[in-house]
Ligand binder design. Structure first.
Ligand code: CUA
Length: 328
């Protein structure tokens, strides 16, 4: 309904209607009070103008009823805004567990996308209709922002960090993808297209897509061998480094007594800045891989490590299994 208005982008995700409803509520409240205050301002200016030089109005001592009214109503309204927007916000921030994963790397000035199945694309993202998609994103250089107006999602993409965004597309079609953070001379050209397809078309597209024909995890496994990770991180736990089996999402005890959750950020840091967090019982002997692994390579390694199980790994594995069977 709203999307037929020329100033509203199409509503093409499960969250879009909620975001718009909240937005229009905020606009309506603001407009109501802007008009109310404007009209009263003019009315009072005329009604209570000074009529003569001798005009001496009675001082006003206060009006309890009025003061309660203009305290309670705005308080109630702002609480409605708070709980309503907090609700929408938490739904935007929390991807469902069964979301399919897609990795995104921003760089000056393009969007690079890797699907779990190994297909890569540039300035384009193909997704199936009606399926939750979780984007894990990072940048090779400066801060970018992944913005799809039709999905009502916008998320900063930062160098040295993973940020996530998720959506469930509800309408077949092609939608704009923008970079929404000024990132240099060609920032305005850092744009692309999100294509929402029927799940069966998506499966066909995936299997015919450009790529090495190798899934992200198996590319990661290859990298794991090439970089020699496997010589220390042996799966049987007998290596000089800790075994990575069942690691993703697990709580890890460190040498200095702290504990950390082995999320994507921890895995990334442990590869690039290996001395930052030493696992209890191991020596700080791992070399840094800074400069040796690209951002895309890191995502491949993490995808591989997730296939080794663990609280997060298991969810990712079952989600990608669902993805490969879901379309048939
Ligand atoms: Cu990337 Cu603006």
């Amino acid at each position: 309904m709203l999307s037929s208005l020329p100033f509203v982008p199409p509503e093409a995700s499960s969250i879009a209607g909620d975001v718009d409803a909240l937005f229009f509520f905020l606009v309506a409240v603001s407009a109501f009070f802007a008009v109310l205050i404007g009209v009263l301002l003019v009315y009072f200016a005329v009604r209570y103008r000074r009529r003569s030089n001798q005009d001496r109005p009675h001082p006003i001592e206060g009006a309890l009823g009025l003061e309660l009214l203009w305290t309670i109503i705005p308080f109630g309204l702002s609480m409605v805004m708070f709980f309503w927007s907090a609700n929408v916000y938490t739904r935007i921030e929390r991807p469902p567990d069964d979301a399919m994963q897609v990795f995104v790397v921003g760089k000056q000035w393009m969007w690079k996308v890797q699907h779990m199945e190994g297909v890569r694309e540039i300035n384009a993202l193909h997704v199936p209709l009606g399926r939750a998609v979780k984007l894990t994103m990072t940048s090779e250089d400066v801060i970018h922002s992944f913005y799809v107006p039709a999905f009502r999602i916008k998320q900063d993409v930062l160098p040295g960090r993973y940020t996530t965004a998720w959506f469930k597309a509800t309408k077949i079609g092609k939608y704009h993808l923008f970079c929404a953070e000024y990132c240099g001379t060609l920032h305005s050209g850092m744009i692309g297209t999100v294509t929402v397809m029927e799940p069966s078309d998506y499966e066909a597209w995936l299997s015919g897509g450009k790529g090495s024909g190798q899934s992200l995890a198996s590319a990661g496994e290859q990298l794991f061998q090439q970089l020699g990770c496997v010589t220390c991180h042996r799966n049987d736990g007998q290596g000089r480094g800790p075994s990575l089996v069942q690691l993703p999402g697990k709580t890890v005890k460190l040498e200095d007594g702290r504990t950390v959750v082995a999320d994507e950020a921890y895995l990334r840091e442990s590869i690039l800045n290996s001395q930052a967090k030493i696992v209890a019982g191991y020596k700080p002997i791992m070399p840094t891989f800074k400069g040796l692994v690209s951002e895309e390579g890191l995502m491949q390694l993490i995808a591989y490590i997730k296939t080794l199980g663990g609280p997060e790994g298991a969810a990712a594995a079952s989600a990608s299994a669902a993805a490969s069977t879901g379309g048939h």
